[in-house]
Design a protein around this ligand. Structure first.
Ligand code: C2E
Ligand code: MG
Ligand code: MG
Length: 417
């Protein structure tokens, strides 16, 4: 392959463009369905590439699930269109033995001579862009000089994260859900926290994105389930009542590979927690990534007694579709609608309609990101059941949360019959 690429460099004044393509779910398909299925997926992908990139100078598989497409320079406007076309072609299901496999891909793009001086460097630049593409919604990234240092920084964070997991140096913070009419506590969300000695405070969204990219998510997901169960057990051991589920956020990969089901089952057993004491928070984007497998896992969890909340409601494309798939226990209206909530604002109408919808479906509605009394008052007038936000309390360490919010189990429950 390197030789073919080098050949294209025989004419130094030729301008070349390279797409570096990596398939998204190939390893999982190979592991789950076997190598014959994996080989068939690669064959279909090769055919699709050849059929859609007819003017390519070279199409080659680099090994594993990585392909490159080399072109003579293409018009800059065409780069994005071509990449989108490739990604669309790849996202069509591949049917093998009657089963539909969804793969999709990520594409990095680089140019010669603008980005490099040799065939090796062109390949390396496109590879770097491909890594960047993996963390973008679009699945496409065009190489630039800053990218290398950004990727090195992410690599460093991933190494520190692996170490933090080994050393149990992460923590969970707990934020209450409050009943808006009685001001009483009706639930709590566990949110990931990590203050690293070198990196400082790393926000959870970044931790998750790094864990996804560097295949640490399975370990991290298990750690979160364990830490939440440990906290519940710790509160109960102190004689405190925890009469509501503790919510944990779940990432797509945990549903896709079913690990969340195993982790909750295992950790409930280890820490003596009942599955009904756990609630998982799902977003639409998570369900969209692997709809059928994820649906089965969620149904399995519900069978165990685990509660389900729909998180960030209103921010995805298929909120309603998602609601149809599960009987969710809670529906959480996204922060963004609460920020500019005042009478007659567009958010007001959406929030009003969402509350009616959730009530019709029998879910508890939780408004996220309440920061002011006014927002709480408006939401209560609209009939919103519960709220979460800095107005009530910030996410707190487990001990402070329990001191501030939990009450001892009623004495009568301790007294002998
Ligand atoms: P989320 O699940 O929607 O969590 C709510 C976020 O809103 C939290 O941000 C919380 O600190 C923040 N928040 C709460 N009240 C207010 C408020 O009044 N105003 C504002 N501006 N923000 C408020 P955080 O902790 O930074 O988490 C961000 C996101 O990271 C979470 O959004 C969740 O999607 C993800 N995340 C956090 N922990 C985990 C985890 O253990 N696993 C996974 N997969 N994702 C997690
Ligand atoms: Mg959440
Ligand atoms: Mg949310």
């Amino acid at each position: 392959m390197q030789q073919h690429l080098a050949k294209a460099f025989q004419y130094p004044d030729r301008r070349l463009h390279l797409f570096y393509l990596d398939l998204n779910r190939f390893k999982q398909i190979n592991d789950t369905f076997g190598h014959a299925t994996g080989d068939e997926v690669l064959r279909v992908v090769s055919n699709r590439l050849a059929a859609s990139m007819t003017d390519a100078r070279l199409i080659a598989r680099l090994g594993g699930d990585e392909f490159v497409v080399l072109h003579d320079a293409i018009n800059p406007d065409r780069v994005v269109l071509d990449a989108e076309r490739l990604l669309t072609v790849l996202s069509c299901p591949i049917v093998i033995d009657g089963r539909r496999h969804l793969i999709g891909g990520s594409i990095g793009f680089a140019r010669y001579p603008e980005d490099c001086t040799s065939s090796e460097e062109l390949l390396q630049a496109a590879d770097i862009a491909m890594y960047d593409a993996k963390i973008r919604e679009t699945g496409l990234s065009i190489y630039n000089a800053d990218m290398k240092s950004r990727i090195e920084a992410r690599q460093r964070i991933s190494e520190r994260l692996a170490l933090a997991l080994d050393e149990d140096a992460l923590s969970l913070a707990f934020q209450p859900f409050i009943d808006l009419s009685s001001d009483s506590l009706i639930g709590v969300e566990a949110l990931l926290r990590w203050v690293d000695a070198e990196l400082g405070n790393v926000p959870p969204a970044e931790i998750i994105s790094i864990a996804q990219e560097y295949r640490l998510l399975r370990r991290l997901g298990r750690w979160v389930v364990a830490a939440a169960c440990k906290a519940i057990m710790g509160w109960e051991d102190k004689g405190l009542a925890v009469p509501f589920p503790t919510s944990i956020n779940v990432a797509a990969e945990q549903l896709e590979d079913g690990s969340i089901l195993r982790d909750i089952t295992d950790m409930c057993e280890v820490y003596g927690v009942r599955p009904e004491q756990i609630e998982i928070e799902l977003t639409e984007s998570i369900m969209l990534k692997a709809p059928e497998d994820a649906r089965q896992v969620v149904l399995g969890l519900q069978k165990l007694g685990v509660k389900v909340a729909i998180d960030d409601f209103g921010t995805g494309y298929s909120s309603l579709a998602l609601l149809m798939q599960f009987s969710a226990d809670k529906l959480k209206i996204d922060n963004s609608f609460i920020t500019d909530l005042f009478a007659d604002s567009p958010s007001f109408k959406i929030v009003e309609a969402t509350i009616a919808l959730a009530k019709g479906l029998g879910c508890i509605v939780v408004a996220e990101g309440i920061e002011t009394q006014t927002q709480a008052d408006i939401l209560q007038r609209l009939g919103c059941g519960a709220g979460q936000g800095f107005f009530f309390d910030r996410p707190l360490p487990a001990k402070i949360f329990s001191e501030r919010w939990l009450k001892p189990v009623a004495q009568t429950e301790f007294s002998p019959a």
